[in-house]
Design a protein around this ligand. Structure first.
Ligand SMILES: [Zn+2]
Length: 355
């Protein structure tokens, strides 16, 4: 990297990108700040990083590539570790039987280029281009590469939990992976971990893509984000009574309205503080007759309900695989018995205990 800055002032002058005054100012700032000359000139707004990269490519007789014009080669990119490419700001372009072409911010990055040579056992042709543009393109492209994984995982899970007591999908988002679990009727089950850095927004878009409305809550500690999603069904003929549900996809009752989207514990699932992604029409009933028309999850059925409408699937160990997971239970390890009707909370508990 250090070669890059040798004589950069002279080169920029030669190519007419700066004048003598710019150079003097740059040298002054360089002295004061300890920046390298090129950096100082960029900071002063006299040149751009692209100018410097371009001059450098001239100096080293290395082709300068306009990164914006590149269509990413997904097949080739998928052979690399994302962090390696982004960290070194290297964009692989194409490969032949014995050669591989890359754009590198620093064409003198011997370690990284040597690593590619060794890994592929091919000669590496290096061109150079704007580092920030390379990084931006890589980040967007890798996002496109992993998003389909998230979407197919979600489709798979929502399909498998239909007609079951699992009503909640949990996502643990860490730097390199997303761990997905399902929850319902007191059972927490890990489903899968997919590689990739995902955000809350990615999960929202995946649900949108599936046209599945949902409610969610999330918490983050900076390194990891925990997101709890409640997929919703659109139709529910609910009497004007509280309801309890444990079926996949909490119901969206026609006559219950929500204003905000933060889940405050499970005892009242439908009490929220923020706009709900995918929703555009609710009001709150938070303080008035909250218990008259509420939807509860089976894990938090209130004890003092006189009569409530119940629609749940009660889990018991799958008889075919005794819980280890098989085709009959879609790998979930349980079979689910439908349970529906009007019950008081006491009756409900009695029936559930029998089940
Ligand atoms: Zn089974």
């Amino acid at each position: 990297m250090s070669n890059k800055w040798i004589d950069i002032g002279t080169l920029l002058l030669e190519y007419g990108l700066i004048n003598n005054d710019d150079l003097l100012e740059g040298l002054k700032l360089q002295k004061e700040s300890g920046l390298r000359l090129g950096e100082a000139l960029v900071k002063l707004g006299r040149v751009s990083m692209d100018d410097i990269d371009w001059v450098l490519s001239k100096q080293l007789d290395i082709p300068f590539v306009i990164v914006e014009d590149i269509v990413p080669n997904l097949e080739l990119l998928s052979k690399f570790e994302k962090d390696f490419l982004i960290g070194n700001r290297i964009l692989p372009l194409y490969e032949t039987d014995d050669q591989i072409s890359i754009v590198a911010e620093d064409p003198l990055n011997k370690t990284a280029i040597g690593f590619i040579e060794d890994s592929f056992s091919k000669k590496v042709n290096v061109s150079t281009g704007s580092g920030s543009k390379i990084e931006e393109l890589l980040k967007n492209t890798f996002k496109d590469l992993v998003l389909p994984d998230l979407l197919s995982a979600l489709k798979n899970i929502t399909e498998r939990i239909k007609g079951t007591s699992f009503y909640r999908i949990d996502f643990l988002l860490a730097e390199h992976a997303c761990k997905i679990s399902i929850f319902g009727s007191g059972i927490l089950k890990n489903m899968m971990t997919i590689k990739g850095a995902f955000s809350k927004e990615d999960i929202c878009s995946a649900f949108d893509e599936m046209k599945t409305p949902f409610l969610y809550d999330h918490a983050s500690n900076g390194e990891r984000t925990f997101l709890t999603a409640y997929p919703l069904k659109n139709k529910f003929d609910m009497p004007s009574l509280p309801a309890i549900t444990g079926e996949y996809g909490l119901m969206l009752p026609g006559d219950i309205f929500f204003a905000d989207a933060h889940v405050h514990g499970l005892h009242k699932v439908f009490h929220f503080d923020n706009p709900v992604h995918g929703y555009n029409y609710f009001l709150t009933k938070r303080n008035t007759l909250a218990f008259e028309k509420s939807v509860y999850v089976i894990d938090a059925a209130p004890e003092d309900l006189k009569k409530c409408y119940v629609k749940i699937f009660v889990p018991s160990k799958c008889p075919s695989c005794s819980g280890t997971g098989c085709a009959a239970c879609k790998g979930l390890g349980y079979e689910f018995q439908k349970f529906e009707g009007m019950y008081s909370s006491g009756e409900l508990r009695e029936r559930l205990n029998k089940g």
